[in-house]
Design a protein around this ligand. Structure first.
Ligand code: ATP
Ligand code: MG
Length: 159
């Protein structure tokens, strides 16, 4: 199905508003586009974005920023979820998509969670014949991204 991923992100931001406010984290949707149509399974992409935005808020320090942006390229849209968090050590980054893998056992236990979020994200993106990528710098933050096909606007709904 085709849907507006910008609107989906706005809905997810609303759900994380309280958590973000408590840590004084700013949630930013960085786009000038009125809508961003993608072709994908809305419910599964909702889960992907919820997990990635949850992580971005959870692993960011007080006063941080979580920024979502898009890039369109030849029929595909890349969505970027960027945080100003602690980053992921290079020796762990290849393992974070494994089930139950958590970087700092004691610290992660404090923050709560099971270590399944990114394993689910990876699985869902494979189901969309896509993948999640991550770029991270210790002490600066991380950017997770994934590509989806551009959605076609329904001509019957145009005026
Ligand atoms: P769950 O998502 O099941 O509640 P979780 O957040 O610990 O638990 P994942 O989302 O799979 O599990 O993430 C795995 C690990 O990767 C986390 O425990 C954390 O150590 C690391 N991680 C994930 N996202 C980030 C991020 N944005 N910044 C820093 N570390 C991260
Ligand atoms: Mg998580």
């Amino acid at each position: 199905e085709t849907f507006d991923i910008k609107r989906l992100i706005e809905e997810i931001f609303d759900q994380f508003e309280n958590k973000a406010d408590k840590k004084n984290i700013e949630l930013i949707l960085d786009t000038t586009q009125h809508e961003v149509l993608v072709y994908a399974d809305w419910q599964r992409i909702n889960q992907v974005l919820t997990n990635l935005i949850s992580n971005a808020v959870k692993y960011s320090n007080d006063g941080g920023k979580v920024t979502v942006s898009f890039q369109t390229n030849k029929g595909t849209i890349t969505t970027y979820i960027k945080d100003t968090g602690e980053g992921i050590p290079p020796e762990d980054v290849h393992r974070i998509f494994e089930r139950f893998y958590r970087v700092d056992k004691s610290r992660s236990r404090e923050k709560g969670g099971t270590g399944l979020g990114l394993a689910i994200v990876k699985h869902i993106m494979e189901g969309h014949r896509s993948k999640v990528e991550v770029k991270t710098t210790m002490g600066k933050g991380s950017v997770f991204s994934f590509k989806l096909p551009v959605g076609e606007a329904d001509p019957l709904l145009e005026d």
